[in-house]
Design a protein around this ligand. Sequence first.
Ligand SMILES: Cc1cc2nc3c(=O)[nH]c(=O)nc-3n(C[C@H](O)[C@H](O)[C@H](O)COP(=O)(O)OP(=O)(O)OC[C@H]3O[C@@H](n4cnc5c(N)ncnc54)[C@H](O)[C@@H]3O)c2cc1C
Length: 271
Amino acid sequence: MTEPEYPGSNPTWMGTTATEDAGEWVIRGHKWFATGADGAAFAICMAVTDPDAPEPHARASMIVVPAGTPGYDVIGNLSVMGDRGGDWASHGEVAYHGARVPLANLLGPRGRGIVIAQQRLGPGRMHHCMRWIGVCERAFDIMCRHAATRQIAPGKPLGTRQIVQQWIAESRAEIHAARLIVLRAAWRIENEGLYAAREEISIIRLTVARTLQRVLDRAIQCLGGLGMTDDTPLAFWYAHERGARIHDGADEVHIDAIARRILKSHGMTRG
Ligand SMILES: Cc1cc2nc3c(=O)[nH]c(=O)nc-3n(C[C@H](O)[C@H](O)[C@H](O)COP(=O)(O)OP(=O)(O)OC[C@H]3O[C@@H](n4cnc5c(N)ncnc54)[C@H](O)[C@@H]3O)c2cc1C
């Protein structure tokens, strides 16, 4: 979906097009952050098929493009936080130079690409939050073990310091809170459906990503130089999970969505 030349935060505005010609889609455009493009058997391309549809959300469609299609070009993997990755753990830059695929490669109804994307992004955000809570728990455990055993003076563990106790108590409280709001969002999806839970999903995505970064930061601080080395997983998570506040909607987009809904329910009509 995401393109270097257009704001990924506004999915109704993109440059990639798919036009019909002789029973085929002809796709032209430029994408990046195509996760797992490296080695994938096919891409799912979001392209504008109906530029004149009055509703901006009804202009793009999803189209399956098999790897090897002439005109479909995986330019390479982006270097993200110093790592190009490989295979599924990579983010590709992709170009479509008039790639032609059958009309039957349309995924779902025409003009419904953004609706389909939202269907996946909601539960996807839930999965991210669950995984981040797991990372938090592991980082918390590493921090606590270090605080309990690292001696800052003979017979004085690091955990006797009030600032370290604060990191531990606050992290525990924040991880508990994160788990409970994720469970509540899951309950709403299960009982009331994805649409009804959309505000809840924005709230967990925003909150848990920030909790994750605070817990990782405190754990690294607690371990000192050891926290910066690759002898523990903390440094990897710190770099790898920075994207948590950007992908699947940047923090600011979720803040905007949450606040607008709340203000609408309080009578605000335009923004
Ligand atoms: C690790 C990773 C994996 C990704 N995987 C995929 C993938 O598989 N497929 C895919 O299509 N994309 C993927 N992305 C792309 C991701 O979805 C976009 O980076 C994201 O949506 C933001 O779009 P952008 O980068 O174009 O930033 P922009 O839209 O240009 O926004 C830049 C910044 O501006 C601010 N901003 C934007 N809009 C607003 C607003 N309305 N109000 C206030 N502030 C605003 C935010 O701070 C935002 O971070 C991935 C990104 C990362 C980092």
